[in-house]
Design a protein around this ligand. Structure first.
Ligand code: GDP
Ligand code: IMO
Ligand code: MG
Length: 427
């Protein structure tokens, strides 16, 4: 059986958590492949609203193996809190959560370094979630990092101290206060808890599952426009959020990849700094923020909002090899007389239909097409045949522009508010 991948096509928060939870019954294994607790994946069902940061979104389903892959960076403190929150909902992770020994550890000084780096950047700050993501991946690629497997070593404490000393020196240079007394007790408690979990060589586990014919879903975090290589650098995260990241982040060969579900909002949002061509800094943007409850699941920050950006969508479909689109938050667009869709940009005096190299220093202006809106509440709709014709037209417009089918349409945050259009999910 191939490995299917679900990932975000915009700037994150597309609704990955909701859809992974929704399609998990079609799979045996769900595996996160990159990012860390900068992610906030929201699931809503049976009156429960729950946000996951590190643990894959298949955790609420019975008989599903959930794997945190080697490409993920783990903060033991956050992980411990997530496990405690799940236990309160009677979700016992002991037999269904597996953590790669090769995943890197976020230590308290990584978080301080993240904050120090942002403070030094001043107005040019990335708008990081301050979860220590950038510094941890820097230590990984700089070959200084600590990995989950290190917690099993007798000299773990020494290894930790060695890395911590380096960070303290850096923080001193950056003139940033470093008070570890408050941070270390919870960190070591988190390490103790981590030692009790199922620590595995997840690349072997996953490849064995594939040999046995098990179905694997890889869950992305963030979005393709935040990818370290293909996003609006430097306003990006520090990992490869795209399809290729699932291969390196799980140890799965490209030939095993099957479907790539690309998930996008029917409009756009972004948290943090950086270019956002279709951003609406007006009443319409405010209306979208309100209707979509656009506040970050991890940091609570208001999300920036704007119209759907087709050139950006086509770009991320291309780099990911998306086979099926999933459109989220369609209900949020109810009540607009007309909807704008960006089809081109004006860039360096020319009209272009692709995402160019530099949108950070160069001005980029969206060119819009106008589509009719719908005035009906969509949240109770159960089937595509009840879609207002304008919504069907909006979907057709996206399919014509991208040449990829919209397989699923989401009309509300709840698990049940999900409409499968083209039975792609059934094997
Ligand atoms: P993720 O990071 O991609 O998992 O997305 P987030 O959980 O950060 O943000 C998506 C937000 O939209 C969450 O609050 C979801 O509960 C909510 N949501 C998901 N799908 C829909 C939808 O179709 N309609 C509405 N109104 N909300 C949705
Ligand atoms: P999910 O998985 C939205 C953004 C931050 C910032 C930039 C870098 O929930 O979609 P980082 O902390 O990674 O160094 O921040 O990336 N960012 C996200 N935005 N959703 C996310 O994750 C994000 N993870 C990071 O706001 O602009
Ligand atoms: Mg999120």
């Amino acid at each position: 059986m191939p490995v299917d991948i679900l990932l975000g096509l915009q700037w994150g928060d597309e609704g990955k958590g909701k859809i992974v939870d929704f399609i998990t019954p079609h799979y045996d294994v769900v595996a996160r492949f990159q990012g860390g607790p900068n992610a906030g994946h929201t699931l809503e069902f049976n009156g429960i609203k729950h946000v996951l940061h590190t643990i894959p979104s298949g955790i609420f389903r019975d008989n599903i193996i959930n794997i945190v892959g080697n490409g993920v960076v783990i903060d033991p403190v956050t992980l411990q809190k997530e496990i405690t929150a799940l236990a309160k909902l009677n979700v016992d992770v002991s037999r269904k959560l597996f953590i790669s020994r090769k995943a890197h550890l976020i230590i308290p000084t990584h978080r301080l370094l993240d904050a120090a780096s942002e403070a030094m950047k001043g107005k040019a700050k990335i708008g990081s979630t301050l979860r220590g993501i950038g510094p941890t991946y820097m230590d990984k690629t700089g070959r200084n990092g600590l990995r989950v497997g290190d917690v099993e070593a007798k000299d773990f404490l020494q290894r930790y101290r060695n890395l911590c000393e380096k960070h303290i020196e850096l923080l001193r240079h950056m003139n940033y206060p470093c008070d570890l007394e408050n941070l270390e007790p919870e960190f070591f408690a988190g390490i103790e808890a981590l030692r009790k979990l199922n620590l595995v060589d997840s690349e072997h586990l996953l490849n064995n599952y594939l040999k046995e014919g098990k179905k694997v879903l890889a869950e992305g975090a963030q979005g393709s426009l935040l990818d370290i290589d293909f996003g609006s650098y430097p306003f990006v995260t520090s990992s490869n959020t795209i399809t290729a990241g699932a291969c390196t982040g799980l140890g799965i060969a490209p030939r095993h990849i099957g479907k790539v579900y690309g998930i996008f909002k029917a409009y756009c949002t972004r948290v943090g700094s950086g270019p956002f061509p279709t951003e609406l800094n007006d009443e319409t943007g405010e209306k979208l923020r309100k209707a979509g409850n656009e506040f970050g699941a991890t940091t609570g920050r208001p999300r920036r909002t704007g119209w759907l950006d087709i050139p950006a969508l086509k770009y991320t479909i291309m780099i990911n090899g998306v086979t099926d689109l999933i459109m989220m938050k369609s209900d949020v667009l109810s009540g607009f007389d007309s909807l704008q869709v960006c089809t081109h940009y004006t860039y360096r005096g020319k009209k272009i239909d692709y995402m160019p190299y530099d949108i950070v220093h160069e001005e980029i202006t969206p060119v819009y097409d106008e589509l009719k809106g719908w005035n009906r509440d969509l949240t109770g709709i159960q089937s595509e045949k009840d879609f207002p014709s304008q919504l069907s037209d909006y979907i057709s417009y996206i399919e014509d522009s991208t040449k990829v089918p919209v397989a699923v349409v989401s009309v509300g945050p709840d698990r049940t508010q999900t409409i499968e259009r083209k039975m792609v999910l059934a094997y």
